[in-house]
Design a protein around this ligand. Structure first.
Ligand code: FEO
Length: 162
């Protein structure tokens, strides 16, 4: 069954959102590295690479459906943040936003009775659950330990192990 033009457009739009996410995390990683927090920067750099994989997974799916892939322009991300905890708060909010986007794609696939796209999106639904949990847990850690130098040092050390 042929994939609809509107679904192809929506997935291409999501490919852009995934590359935008990758760039946001790369910029967050640079900010953290420049702030001397190399463990957190390492964690964020892994996140950047995961986002590129998310985009690539959508690209591969469109190829499988014989649809046209549009390689998007990537938005310039923010360069600076007030503090390390704010970086992770923003990452958490960003993941919630991405989840809402994925859910909209699922709604669309259901409305169009596009079972192949519904099945493909299942992986993203599960992945978003994990990504919200990962970023949310780091924010919770900051809130539990506080933001003094000793706590920040401990969290930095822990995130270096990702
Ligand atoms: Fe691709 Fe972090 O969602």
């Amino acid at each position: 069954m042929k994939i609809s033009d509107s679904m192809v457009a929506a997935i291409n739009d999501q490919i852009k959102a995934e590359f935008d996410s990758a760039y946001i995390y790369l910029a967050m990683s640079a900010y953290l590295e420049n702030s001397g927090l190399s463990g957190m920067a390492h964690w964020m750099n892994k996140q950047y690479k995961e986002e590129v994989e998310h985009a690539e997974r959508f690209i591969k799916y469109l190829y499988e459906r014989g649809a046209r892939v549009i390689i998007p322009e990537i938005a310039k991300p923010k360069e600076a943040y007030p503090s390390a905890v704010e970086v992770f708060r923003e990452a958490y909010r960003h993941e919630q936003y991405v989840t809402s986007r994925i859910y909209k794609l699922v709604d669309m696939a259901i409305a169009e009775k596009d079972y192949a796209t519904q099945s493909m999106l299942k992986w993203y639904v599960d992945e978003q659950l994990e990504e919200e949990d990962n970023t949310g847990s780091i924010v919770a850690k900051f809130e539990f330990l506080g933001e003094d130098k000793h706590s920040v040092y401990m969290i930095d050390k822990e995130l270096a192990a990702r």
